[in-house]
Ligand binder design. Structure first.
Ligand code: NAD
Length: 365
């Protein structure tokens, strides 16, 4: 393995077709874009190779509405990052958030916060994309998809040109927009992924935790597939302290029936609608989910998270971004886990992929 001197990713020197061989040494790159950047200014990248690769832990957030700004607040408090750039079409909004955040710094963790442009995404470990339009009354879901696809098509090339290590999509519909971002960025799939069903999985674990009287951190269980109406609860793999859900309920005298399971899942699926009805938007839990992804990347944790990732040959699902458990570390998506599912769950995952594929087809991507 070698390290790409531009983005810092590990590259398999035997597999990559992007390399430069000099008399003294060879350099290997994960993409043509990294190779081009290197060729323009080799000295800059060679001098960095001997240093600890990235001392700055830098995040850029594109779209500092309710979600982006709450991510900034959560990340500042986490102490995970020491440099943050806020970018928004409404620059005044980003400036207001930057000031407000800086004023809290003496109670928080040191972090440089600036308002910037796309050029400032350069050298970012992660660019979080939470820019987008919300659904307007009378507007169809497909109209919203078209609008946000247009926004993503416009801003991803500007971000990709700066070659950040990872692009993390949060804007909805997250799976479709990950697919678009992957296509237009030219980045390999491990460097472009989405928050997917992180939030839904967390809601699922919280509700099962409440039902069983157990800390949700001790519940293993996943919501997979689309982050949306066709998402799939993987009941067959719900484990509580090493015991499957059915056995747990039988042992501890809890009801185990379709009705209770349906109630839990419908609360998960409808949570966003309920919160939006009550307060207009959801942002706290998604910001914590994004912070968990950032933590796993920056601390090279190899955590298993349900992010939206490009699937190929996954129970017959091809060329589709959707959520499955994946190992996340400094390389982004390190590995995709083929979870054990029953036939019904397998069919539901395939159905979810079909729903996403039909939208992609309708958009002509
Ligand atoms: P918001 O309207 O408060 O913020 C969107 C921001 O994007 C605005 O500040 C706007 O100025 C900015 N923006 C729009 N076009 C832009 C462009 N071309 N360049 C730069 N900035 C641009 O919305 P929000 O509540 O923050 O939600 C943002 C997105 O996150 C929505 O798509 C929402 O559905 C999504 N979301 C996703 C999840 C998830 O689990 N994936 C959860 C909650 C919200």
């Amino acid at each position: 393995m070698a390290r790409d001197p531009v983005c810092g990713m590990e590259v398999n020197s035997g597999e990559t077709s992007f390399a430069i061989h000099s008399k003294v040494t060879s350099y290997y790159f994960c993409t043509g874009r990294c190779k081009e950047s290197f060729e323009k200014d080799p000295e800059r990248y060679i001098s960095r190779l001997d240093q600890k690769f990235i001392e700055e832990r830098k995040i850029s957030i594109v779209g500092t509405g309710q979600v982006g700004a709450t991510c900034a607040f959560t990340l500042m408090n986490s102490g995970l990052v020491n440099s943050m750039v806020l970018i928004d079409a409404n620059r005044e909004l980003a400036e207001g958030h930057a000031l407000d955040l800086r004023h809290g710094m003496s109670f928080s963790q040191p972090c440089k916060i600036k308002v910037g442009n796309y050029e400032d995404c350069r050298n970012s470990d992660i660019v979080i994309v939470s820019a987008g339009a919300g659904q307007k009354p009378g507007e169809s879901r497909l109209d919203l998809v078209k609008k946000n696809t247009g926004i993503i098509k416009d801003l991803i090339p500007k971000i990709a040109e700066q070659n950040p290590r990872i692009i993390l999509i949060v804007t909805n519909p997250v799976d479709i927009l990950c697919y678009v971002a992957h296509k237009v960025s030219g980045f390999p799939m491990n460097r472009v992924f989405g928050s997917g069903t992180m939030l839904d999985t967390s809601r699922f674990r919280s509700l099962i935790g409440e039902y069983c009287g157990v800390d949700p951190r001790n519940i293993h269980g996943y919501i997979l597939g689309e982050h949306g109406d066709s998402e799939v609860p993987i009941w067959s793999q719900v484990m509580i302290g090493g015991v499957d859900f059915k056995t747990y309920c039988e042992t501890y005298k809890l009801d185990y029936n379709d009705l209770d399971r349906d109630t839990i899942f419908s609360k998960v699926k409808n949570a966003a609608y309920e919160i939006i009805n009550k307060k207009g938007a959801t942002y706290y839990a998604i910001a914590l989910a994004v912070t968990q992804i950032v933590r796993s990347i920056l601390r090279d944790e190899n955590s298993i998270l349900t992010v939206s990732t490009l699937l190929d040959d996954y129970y017959g699902i091809e060329d589709t971004y959707m959520s499955v458990p994946a190992v996340i570390n400094r390389s982004g998506i390190e590995r995709i886990i083929r979870i054990t599912v029953n036939d019904q769950e397998k069919d539901a995952l395939r159905h979810s992929a079909d729903v996403l594929k039909s939208i992609i087809k309708e958009l002509g991507i």
